[in-house]
Design a protein around this ligand. Structure first.
Ligand code: ZN
Ligand code: ZN
Length: 403
């Protein structure tokens, strides 16, 4: 048996069934402290290895991602409900210790997990996405040897990082070099997503970029942008002072407060500022590329700050509706970026994950994981993660072995 934090019901569905939909947002906002919480601490059976290519992993640290928070607070889209299987143990940002020998990796070794549960892990015929090394586009995430789940941490069969054990296919596992601390290794998964975002964006050399949001996703996207592209000016919109300091350290040209973004970027890019009857200001003119890294209202800003013919990349999981008029009027290209794949990169071990693992060893990321909780304090951990920016934190994580 293992102890785990389990996601056992959809807050949206639960509230709808209780006829509480009129007060949904307020109720869900307070749900972590009350009986509405979609999480509970349980004892579960050890996850079963679905085949010989799978190994058991004991998580050492597991991060709390913005997509987890969106799910827990009922802000994520019901669109994703068919590609998860409940009850599941969340946690897809994992550094752990291997409990079995598998394919060149030995029991006892530290590993990080690429959470995408693609055709190769499910032991099914390759879909077109997987065949083209775009495992993150897999069409078969509901079939094969484990239950539906786009990733580890959303699948009822594999376990997740917020529990005492997870099973992973050898294709998901990457060994962690000796010198890399657990606090760094737990950032490899979100960094791989950031590397993927930069590849998806295909930023032309010298192009101006605005990164909207300076939480984990925004900061790691900035790091990946400086490493894997050659942009011109890179502006970062940050709410909090510690985020601004970190962004400067990672090479931001300028860091801007959200409410000043349109005015500062108008001056910087030479456009003109327009004020609609309702809604936020926008630019005629603007930056070449905007990267949405808030998973929320940042998308509206991104669409309003980019120049005609420019590109907006969605890195954060979208969790709010948005006025798409600028996409039409300004002929914008909108590019989605989900998880990571093995198609990009150079060298022997190709792919976003391998590149993130190389980069994590020397990047200036000390202090990014400064709040670690035992599973029993999941309410405090989730509360801390929801307020991370304000509290001066970047990444909040669980240590499932701690009491
Ligand atoms: Zn994530
Ligand atoms: Zn596939």
């Amino acid at each position: 048996m293992i102890t785990a934090v389990e996601y056992h019901r959809s807050p949206m569905r639960y509230l709808a069934a209780r006829g509480a939909s009129a007060r949904v947002s307020g109720a869900i906002g307070n749900s972590m402290s009350g009986s509405l919480a979609p999480l509970r601490l349980v004892n579960r059976a050890d996850p079963r290895r679905p085949g010989p290519q799978w190994a058991r992993v004991r998580p050492l640290l597991s991060g709390i991602c913005g997509s987890d928070l969106a799910l827990l607070t009922g802000r994520s889209s019901p669109y994703l409900s068919p590609v998860v299987s409940m009850p599941f143990v969340p946690g897809h940002e994992i550094v752990g210790r291997l409990l079995d020998d598998v394919d060149g990796l030995s029991s006892g070794q530290r590993v990080v997990l690429d959470p995408v549960l693609s055709c190769a892990t499910r032991d099914v015929d390759m879909c077109a996405g997987c065949a083209a090394a775009h495992e993150d586009r897999c069409d078969h995430v509901t079939g094969g040897v484990v239950s539906a789940g786009l990733q580890t941490g959303f699948c009822g069969d594999t376990g997740g990082g917020w529990g005492g054990m997870v099973v992973a296919h050898t294709r998901q596992l990457h060994g962690v070099p000796e010198g890399v601390t657990n606090e760094r290794a737990v950032l490899v998964e979100p960094l791989a997503c950031a590397v993927h975002t930069v590849r998806r964006a295909a930023v032309p050399d010298g192009a101006s970029v605005v990164i909207v949001g300076a939480g984990t996703v925004g900061l790691l996207t900035l790091l990946a942008l400086r490493e894997f592209a050659s942009p011109g000016q890179v502006y970062v919109i940050a709410k909090h002072r510690h985020q601004a300091e970190r962004a400067r350290k990672l090479g931001a040209t300028d860091v801007i407060e959200p409410r000043k973004a349109a005015r500062v970027l108008r001056r910087a890019t030479g456009g003109s500022l327009q004020t609609p009857e309702r809604g936020a200001e926008f630019l005629l003119g603007g930056v070449d590329v905007a990267m949405e890294c808030t998973g929320g209202s940042g998308l509206d800003s991104a669409l309003r700050l980019v120049r005609a013919g420019g590109t907006v990349v969605l890195s954060g999981m979208p969790s709010s509706s948005v006025d798409l008029t600028p996409v039409w009027y300004r002929e914008l290209s909108v590019i989605g970026s989900y998880a990571s794949d093995s198609g990009g990169g150079a060298g022997d071990r190709q792919g976003d994950f391998a590149d993130a693992l190389d980069l994590i060893a020397h990047a200036p990321l000390d202090g990014y994981v400064d709040a670690v909780y035992p599973l029993s304090q999941w309410r405090e951990a989730v509360g801390h993660a929801l307020a991370a920016g304000r509290l001066g934190s970047v990444k909040v994580a669980f240590d499932p072995a701690r009491d």
